[in-house]
Design a protein around this ligand. Structure first.
Ligand code: ATP
Length: 271
């Protein structure tokens, strides 16, 4: 999806943990206003990629540009200022359990802004209203269902009106109805905030409903990409495996390991 006005541009990006290569020559464009999914088998480097975009990790080679600036070359202050404009919702983005729903959302504003208390109150209720939970503002997190708690975490991550939202497996552990609700919210909030969103997920069916573009990764590389219509029509074996939820195919089910027979024999020799 080449676009010169992309909010995020990933150029020839490689990354290794110590000596172990995880990402290898990634190129991606995330245009402004769009919701883009990144999919791929377990361990292929999706979360690592989000951490590189957020500046928590530095690439071994290549660049990550956000709003035209190379994140990997920013100093502390610039990076801190940029992170304030990014919202992140991680898989187990747990709420603080000992403070109310309202306080969980207001916390972000109290920490990062000098807004007066009345304004924080109004904005917090506005964010909770956007996820349908204004009425639950006085509840404690322990009194919420899993889907409701995820919605509060979502309200918290948009508290500062981010220009870029990053979601790491936002659907994990949700029942199908809550999953659909969160999916719709991700799309609606993106459009209402005029934001841009990147979502790492395993859920191809939800992605096809709500995103503008999908990148498929395998073993640290981009192996397929396209709009939902292109993905539905694709005959690419990687894409096919995802769309049809096949356990094995080009994306291996097994973590790389020596042949099983060999390992059993080795175990027997040791035992
Ligand atoms: N801090 C770390 N130090 C060393 N290796 C790591 C570290 N974090 C992740 N890895 C390894 O890097 C690879 C990519 O991990 P990453 O979490 O980015 O994958 P992923 O695609 O998000 O996986 P999943 O879908 O299972 O969450 C994995 O093989 C993982 O074991």
């Amino acid at each position: 999806m080449p676009d010169h006005d992309s909010l995020v541009r990933i150029k020839d990006l490689s990354f290794s943990y110590d000596e172990r290569p995880v990402l290898d020559g990634i190129n991606m464009e995330i245009p402004r206003g769009k919701v883009v999914a990144i999919m791929g088998g377990s361990g292929c480097g999706k979360t690592t990629l989000l951490r590189l975009i957020g500046g928590q990790l530095k690439p071994t080679r290549g660049d990550v540009l956000v709003d035209g600036r190379a994140v990997n070359r920013m100093g502390h202050e610039e990076l801190y200022a940029l992170r304030r404009r990014m919202g992140m919702l991680f898989q187990f983005g747990a709420l603080f359990t000992d403070i109310s729903v309202f306080e969980n959302v207001a916390y972000q504003m109290r920490e990062h802004t000098d807004l007066p208390e009345e304004l924080i109150r109004d904005l917090t209720l506005l964010k909770l209203n956007a996820v349908g939970l204004r009425g639950a503002h006085a509840r404690m997190p322990g009194e919420l269902s899993g889907g409701q708690a995820r919605r509060v975490a979502l309200a918290r991550s948009i508290a500062l009106d981010p220009m870029l939202m990053m979601y790491d497996e936002p659907f994990t552990g949700l029942d199908p109805i809550s999953l659909g609700v969160i999916g719709q919210l991700i799309r609606k909030l993106n459009d209402a905030l005029g934001a841009t969103s990147i979502m790492v997920t395993h859920d191809i069916h939800e992605s096809l409903q709500i995103v503008d573009y999908i990148y498929f990764m395998s073993a640290g590389r981009v192996v397929a990409q396209g709009t939902p219509d292109e993905i539905r029509a694709s005959t690419d074996p990687f894409v096919h495996q995802f769309v049809n939820a096949e356990a094995d195919g080009p994306v291996p089910f097994h973590y790389p390991a020596p042949p099983y027979g060999e390992e059993l024999l080795r175990g027997a020799a040791h035992g």
